[in-house]
Design a binder for this molecule. Structure first.
Ligand code: GDP
Length: 140
């Protein structure tokens, strides 16, 4: 399969907990190339916009509060079958259900504080990459 790009966020729990380097190393070990990345503090509006599909869910306000509590690292990642492979590398949303060797199994605290985001489909990846990065950012 040809190279594909996906979007990821190392979430505030992992950044504050000093796990960002270990997560980046694991992603590189699994064959992901870091196309570009940025450490940033999400505003409430940015977090609400990013998670707009979840706005009717009972955990939406809590999720937005969590995602804005401290800095995140937003990432563009590239490899063959990147979207599917990142989801596999992350593990299940709830770390209690995540497989051995996955990022969430190793580093996540709870179903909400689960240390990493990864786009769920190629179409979503394109939208999420464009939400955070410019064409020039991605031309690396
Ligand atoms: P993902 O694609 O595995 O990140 O999961 P979802 O798209 O379903 O949910 C987005 C994010 O919302 C998750 O990564 C969690 O941070 C949070 N989340 C999902 N389900 C729950 C839940 O049942 N309770 C809480 N508090 N947060 C949740």
């Amino acid at each position: 399969m040809s190279l594909e790009r996906t979007f990821s966020i190392i979430k505030p729990d992992a950044v504050a907990g000093g796990k960002a380097g270990a997560i980046l190393a694991l992603l590189e070990e699994r064959g992901f190339r870091i196309v570009t990345m940025r450490k940033m503090l999400l505003s409430q509006a940015q977090a609400e916009g990013f998670y707009a599909v979840h706005r009717e869910r009972p955990f939406f306000q809590s999720l937005v509060k969590f995602m804005t509590e401290g800095p995140v690292i937003v990432l563009a990642l590239e490899r063959a079958d990147a979207v599917k492979m990142l989801r596999e590398t992350m593990g299940a949303t709830n770390p209690a259900n995540a497989a051995e060797g996955t990022i969430r199994k190793r580093f996540a605290e709870s179903i909400e504080r689960n240390c990493i985001h990864g786009s769920d489909a190629p179409e979503t990846a394109a939208v999420e990459l464009a939400y955070f990065f410019s064409t020039l950012d991605l031309a690396i």
